[in-house]
Design a protein around this ligand. Structure first.
Ligand SMILES: O=C(O)c1ccccc1NCC(=O)[C@H](O)[C@H](O)COP(=O)(O)O
Length: 267
């Protein structure tokens, strides 16, 4: 595992102990959104712009984005702009997000929401459902095959879709192995263009890994996307989803930035 991921997941494991002591699984199950019918991320991407617009206050690579807009204004702006889905970061120590953000986003919008976090424990899947997510992220670099399978099955049981994230071919091959026995094709695989050792992004990573994708799986390109022309190019190659955070969150009005971006990819 890359150093930064190790650092983040070690912190996640510590924070989880505190949250588990504070809120039991039964209490999560009693929360109003726990029994809610989820929205399909997969369908949202297939039928819409393909943009997953991210709410991201800060990042380990860039620090704070100093976005003056409230979470509600950001996510409502993204929805109005025509985003297919929202990615809501809930990691606090490194990204400044909270589970409360997820709850607020759920109350504000009616498009699919991805809980963007570093999921290493079944408890987090139940949290995702209880706080209103429709999909979760599972990062191959943080999990072995057994963990990937156990977490995926729990998510699917709760009606949550999964975005599997890979950085390299070995991880993509592991996702292929883990998902072959699944009774659904409603999961998506994302290539993260961010090299976590050097914090550099390179779209070429998406282009290199796409030919190795399993058939009929929805492909997403993640990170470092700021040019609508790149999205147009990646679409012609076969990508159907594009996860974009910084490019919108570094502006004063992420919703309007997202609107202009979506207009540009359609022109
Ligand atoms: O963004 C980071 O610096 C980062 C560092 C370590 C682990 C993950 C990180 N980012 C998570 C993401 O995947 C991005 O937030 C997401 O793909 C959007 O990327 P961007 O459009 O470049 O903000």
């Amino acid at each position: 595992m890359e150093d930064i991921l190790k650092k983040i997941t070690n912190q996640t494991a510590q924070d989880l102990k505190v949250r588990k002591d504070k809120t039991s699984l039964s209490q999560l199950r009693e929360m109003p959104f726990y029994s809610r019918q989820t929205l399909s991320l997969h369908n949202g991407l297939k039928n819409g712009s393909g943009i997953i617009a991210e709410h991201k206050r800060q990042s380990p690579s860039k620090g704070s984005f100093n976005c003056p807009s409230s979470l509600q204004d950001v996510v409502k702006g993204y929805e109005t702009a025509g985003a297919s889905a929202i990615s809501c970061l809930t990691d606090q120590p490194f990204f400044g997000g909270t589970l409360q953000d997820l709850l607020e986003a759920r109350n504000a919008i009616n498009i699919p929401i991805l809980r963007k976090d570093f999921i290493i424990d079944l408890y987090q899947i139940h949290e995702a459902k209880a706080y209103g997510a429709d999909a979760i992220l599972l990062i191959a670099a943080c999990l072995n095959n057994e963990e990937l399978k156990t977490l995926s099955l729990e998510a699917m049981n709760l009606g949550l879709e999964i975005l599997f994230e890979v950085h390299e071919l070995e991880e993509l091959n592991r996702i292929k192995t883990v998902t072959t026995s699944f009774n659904t094709s409603k999961f998506v695989i994302g290539v993260n263009n961010r090299d976590l050792k050097r914090f550099k992004t390179d779209i070429q990573n998406s282009k290199d890994l796409l030919p190795h994708f399993p058939e009929n799986v929805l492909a997403i390109s993640e990170s470092g996307i700021s040019d609508p022309e790149i999205v147009k190019e990646l679409k012609t190659l076969g990508f159907e989803g594009f996860l974009i955070g910084e490019n919108f969150m570094k502006t004063n009005d992420p919703g309007t930035s997202c609107q202009q971006f979506i207009k540009a990819i359609k022109s």
